[in-house]
Write a protein that binds this ligand. Structure first.
Ligand SMILES: [Zn+2]
Ligand SMILES: [Zn+2]
Length: 375
């Protein structure tokens, strides 16, 4: 018989919460619906049943296990023998009463649920990201009803106890699980789990307290945002049902690609093309920046294709403003393809002066190549 603590993968001094977490994880991994095998699922369930009961746990710690799950068969109080398994969530929720699943459990009080969050996309240019920008967006969203002021009640009396669930916020249903039939609670469909319902529904919103409308909204977008960032506008999402608090609005940033600059974090990248003469001689270039201005950039003599010239503080600001990144200019040296007779003569002369006539460079190239092969 394997050690029950080992089965669950917890230490001997595991707390109740540790056990729950471990069981939940293992149950998901071993449940037959998830492709696990029934025997291990029963074993870990048994381990949890023993260890989660303080008395059985104490007894187990002193005397060892009081029974193996597979040997129990028809006598199994949890009805393993031949009984079909419920869905994973049914099993786990029934077992724990979903006390830590985030959903309302049988013992928890009905709560008002806030309205849903809403997502809206905003297209920005790189220039707008540099300065930050104010944008008007329009969202189609359920907002508090004008007629009843959001309460959902025609008389303004507000919601009272829901008749369907008697205010519990939940309705019970019976679920067939690995442990046999168990009652599982789910949110009441009439009051959406709040336990409260209006007796005299407002005609404008059918008692919902909210109606879908288009809402224009001004959003201040700080400088330095990036593609995919989401800004939260608290309380600007969907109105809650019958006066419950609203959800939030999320503004998702989408960046329009720029014709010249590419963004790399806080840096900007652009390519500059230099004629071969300028690359050889060096000089001063006037480069447009993302703010629509111009900076002077020193090009060193002897610049090569692939060199990067860094222009400090001409990149993007940090999120919310602040120190800007750099502009990195990638050099591409362009060899002329349209030489006229005079230019050609000049270059031939240059080649002569540098001892780079085709014949000699050619032979030195082949010499080096042969050397590489002999190595
Ligand atoms: Zn209304
Ligand atoms: Zn109800």
């Amino acid at each position: 018989m394997s050690d029950l603590y080992e089965l669950l993968g917890v230490a001997r001094d595991a707390s109740e919460d540790d056990l729950k977490r471990a069981y939940r994880r293992q149950a998901r991994a071993h449940h037959p619906d998830a492709g696990g095998d029934e025997e291990s699922f029963k074993a870990i369930t048994h381990a949890y049943q023993v260890l989660s009961d303080p008395q059985r746990r104490a007894r187990y710690d002193r005397f060892g296990d009081d029974g193996t799950p597979s040997s129990r068969g028809a006598g199994d109080p949890f009805g393993f023998g031949g009984a079909g398994f419920g869905g994973i969530d049914d099993v786990i929720d029934a077992f724990f009463g979903s006390a830590f699943g985030g959903r309302a459990g049988p013992s928890s009080r009905p709560r008002t649920r806030p309205g849903r969050d809403v997502l809206v996309g905003v297209e920005l240019t790189l220039e707008e990201v540099v300065t930050g920008v104010h944008r008007e967006v329009e969202v189609e969203v359920a907002l508090a009803c004008d007629t009843c002021g959001g309460s959902g009640s025609a008389s303004g009396a507000g919601p009272a106890r829901c008749a369907t669930c008697a205010g519990a916020g939940q309705v019970q249903r019976v679920v067939r699980t690995a442990f046999g039939q168990m009652a599982s609670a789910s949110a009441c469909p009439d009051c959406e789990g709040t336990g409260r319902q209006v007796a005299d529904p407002c005609t404008g919103c059918s008692g919902e307290g909210r109606r879908v409308r288009r809402r224009p909204l001004g959003v201040d977008i700080p400088p330095g945002v990036d593609h995919g960032d989401r800004l939260r506008v608290n309380g600007a999402g969907e109105a809650g049902r019958q006066g419950a608090p609203p959800g939030d609005l999320f503004v998702e940033i989408r960046l329009t690609p720029h014709a010249v600059f590419e963004r790399d974090g806080r840096d900007l990248i652009a390519e500059i093309t230099l004629p071969v003469t300028q690359a050889a001689l060096g000089g001063t270039l006037h480069v447009p920046t993302v703010d629509g201005e111009e900076v002077e950039v020193e090009v060193p003599a002897g610049s090569q294709s692939g060199d990067v010239i860094r222009v400090r503080r001409q990149g993007m600001p940090a999120h919310g403003g602040g120190r800007r990144g750099d502009l990195r200019l990638g050099v591409r040296v362009e060899v002329p393809t349209d030489l006229d007779a005079e230019q050609r003569a000049l270059i031939e002369q240059l080649a002569e002066l540098r001892g780079e006539s085709l014949a000699t460079t050619g032979s030195s190239f082949f010499t080096r190549l042969r050397g590489a092969f002999q190595r």
